[in-house]
Design a protein around this ligand. Structure first.
Ligand SMILES: [Zn+2]
Ligand SMILES: [Zn+2]
Length: 370
């Protein structure tokens, strides 16, 4: 599939469900959809999305602001009603995403596949991070632990509230369709915002600023800004980057309900830009060095293989070919990546070095075998 076709398929795949929902609403109007249902859907969508963006993400994960406990509790409970998992595990997984973004250990990188980043990753428990390792502080926070333990109670509210206020059609639109919308929109941050959009800052990942997700996910679409300055309470950093969650935090700060709101100064932006120039250069150098190291190792193995008596080649052929294949895959991966974290390059170097040691030992043994 060409890059253009792939992008068109992805866009259809993301947009089609939303078009289907709108079409269904129009076709079923005044039979299975009423104004009250749509109002319920929008109001719940508003609070549940803020629960994720302001509560789970900016407050719990990145500590972008402090707030009085009823405000904290309210946003975390709204986040639970979004049905994206328990808060502590969500935070742990997101911290892991920042630590390994777009590398092998990223829970949801679109470099594996777009579907994997959007929702495929949810189907494997291995992609969920261990809170003991990634969010130990939250495990000691009594308020958060209390709400986390009662997760399924808040989840039940996500359906009971629309049912109580709107009956069965209320449950359908304010409950099920609303869950579908919230989850798809927030998953788009992981998939779309690591694939499509511009980059205001150089970061060691594929994060992008995407204005559509910026609007729909209440500011979270300015995801490249966020990866550059994770603690910043405002993901929209310029006037034209609308960030509803940022406005909510600002309003909370204005009323005194929130404080210690983290901001990025112009000096910090300049410093990031200056630093990133040398960072890109040194990463390119590291990638090049690793490429040469792999070339050298493959040449050495090839020479050793050529020197083996023909009757002994069969003994090591499988191990030799396997090592060469793995090295070629790592090299290809390096070429495809525009940028990556230093630790990711180092992990690959260690892996390759180990592969070479083992393969060389096997070839030496084969040459000594009688
Ligand atoms: Zn990200
Ligand atoms: Zn984040």
């Amino acid at each position: 599939m060409t890059e253009k076709t792939r992008r068109i398929v992805i866009l259809i795949y993301v947009i089609l469900p939303f078009v289907t929902v709108i079409t269904a609403a129009v076709l079923l109007w005044n039979r299975y959809v009423f104004w009250t249902d749509i109002a319920l859907m929008l109001v719940l969508q508003f609070f549940c999305t803020l629960g994720i963006t302001v509560g789970y993400h900016r407050m719990l994960t990145h500590d972008s602001f402090k707030a009085v406990w009823p405000v904290r509790a309210f946003f975390i409970m709204c986040g639970c009603m979004a049905l994206e998992g328990k808060p502590i595990e969500w935070v742990a997984t997101h911290i892991k995403h920042h630590a390994f973004s777009d590398d092998d250990d990223d829970p949801h990188s679109p470099l594996k596949s777009f579907f994997h980043a959007h929702m495929g990753w949810l189907f494997s428990s291995a992609n969920f991070a261990d809170p003991k390792e990634y969010a130990p502080d939250l495990l000691r926070n009594r308020l958060v632990v209390f709400i986390d333990r009662l997760y399924f109670l808040w989840v039940s509210f996500a359906f009971l509230i629309p049912f109580a206020l709107g009956g069965f059609t209320g449950l359908l639109w304010g409950g099920f369709v609303r869950v579908f919308l919230t989850t798809h929109i927030t998953w788009s941050v992981n998939s779309i915002c690591h694939t499509f959009g511009g980059r205001a800052f150089e970061t060691t990942d594929e994060s992008r600023n995407n204005w559509i997700v910026g609007l729909l996910a209440f500011g979270e679409g300015w995801h490249n800004n966020h990866h550059a300055f994770p603690k910043n309470a405002f993901h929209g950093m310029w006037w034209y980057q609308f960030d509803l969650s940022g406005l909510v935090i600002r309003a909370l700060e204005g009323t005194g309900l929130a404080w210690d709101v983290q901001r990025v100064t112009d000096d910090a932006i300049d410093a990031h830009r200056t630093k990133s120039v040398s960072m890109i250069e040194s990463i390119a150098q590291l990638k090049q060095d690793l490429g040469r190291f792999i070339d050298q190792g493959r040449n050495d193995l090839q020479e050793m293989m050529l020197k083996l008596p023909p009757q002994r080649v069969a003994l090591v052929r499988y191990a030799y070919e396997n090592t060469m294949r793995q090295c070629a895959e790592i090299q290809l991966g390096l070429e495809r990546r525009r940028t990556m974290k230093r630790a990711a390059i180092e992990r690959r170097r260690q892996k390759v070095a180990k592969l070479f040691v083992i393969a060389k030992q096997q070839l030496q043994m084969a040459s000594l075998t009688q």
